[in-house]
Design a protein around this ligand. Structure first.
Ligand code: 13P
Length: 262
């Protein structure tokens, strides 16, 4: 269904790696990875290191993403960085990551404002959605996905939707070592596309890029990448090591339609 689309592999470094480590990592990863037309590799370092990495990065090889930003463009918001300030530095921005929702209490309203701010500033938002363990055990997974999609995309037109990437990250799988089974992820990705179809029509449902994140490792990556409903991965822990991240990227390439090998 989605094999002709580029795979997306995002490394979310969270609050790890200082400026020097980040620069060394980028150098090492660029030695390990060839430029691929069929895989978009995106690094999401801390805000602190974004600007210096933006000067170092070869954009044909990697893109950059912010892990967070504030939705207003400028003003008296102590400690915040806006999408307007990130414009030209990043090409993507994570929005509504479960750690933002659950540790920093971001609401669907905040998230919907951030999706709109990213698009207004020519940054592709990666809208993260997913249920908690409690919601899962109560059979609420699909309701949560629906609510978070409707909430996050509330101000987004059909034209703007083409800029949006959706990342399905069940909260119980993030950083726990307990990854969701591929069959479970496949069903969730279908439900996400079904909801997008309901909101924006069948063409949008087919073309939107849907990623999975949650305790993905070198060993589990290929199983997800072979799912026709899925367009890539959002990786935390396994992206902190340039070697393991490069191995996952290579699997995305090998699993793609061109069949080119290393
Ligand atoms: P882990 O891969 O460490 O579970 O993190 C997933 C994640 O939160 C990526 O955004």
């Amino acid at each position: 269904m989605t094999n002709d689309k580029k795979k997306i592999i995002i490394g979310n470094w969270k609050m790890n790696l200082n400026m020097q480590d980040a620069s060394l990592y980028l150098q090492r990863l660029s030695e390990l990875i060839k430029i691929r037309r069929d895989v978009e590799v995106i690094l999401a370092p801390t805000t602190l290191t974004l600007q210096s990495l933006s000067l170092q990065v070869n954009l044909r090889q990697f893109k950059l993403a912010s892990q967070n930003f504030y939705w207003r463009d400028h003003g008296s918001y102590t400690g915040e960085v806006s999408a307007t300030q990130l414009r030209g530095i990043v090409q993507y921005g994570l929005v509504g990551h479960s750690e933002r929702r659950h540790i920093f209490c971001e609401s669907d309203k905040d998230i919907c404002n951030k999706v709109a701010a990213a698009i207004r500033n020519h940054i592709r938002p990666v809208l993260c959605i997913g249920e908690t363990a409690w919601e899962r055990s109560n059979g609420e997974t699909y309701d949560i996905l629906q609510d978070q999609l409707i909430g996050g995309l509330a101000n987004i037109t059909s034209d703007e939707l083409s800029q949006v990437v959706i990342a399905y990250e069940p909260v119980w799988a993030v950083g726990t070592g307990q990854n969701a089974l591929p069959t479970y992820v496949s069903a969730a990705a279908k439900a996400i596309r079904g909801q997008i179809e309901h909101l924006y029509g069948s063409a949008a449902a087919k073309s939107i890029q849907v990623l999975y994140g949650g305790s993905v490792t070198i060993d589990s990556a290929a199983d997800y990448l072979s799912l026709p409903e899925l367009d890539g991965l959002l990786i935390g822990g396994a992206s902190l090591n340039a070697h393991s991240f490069s191995e996952i990227i290579k699997k995305a390439h090998k699993g793609s339609s061109t069949g080119e090998k290393d």
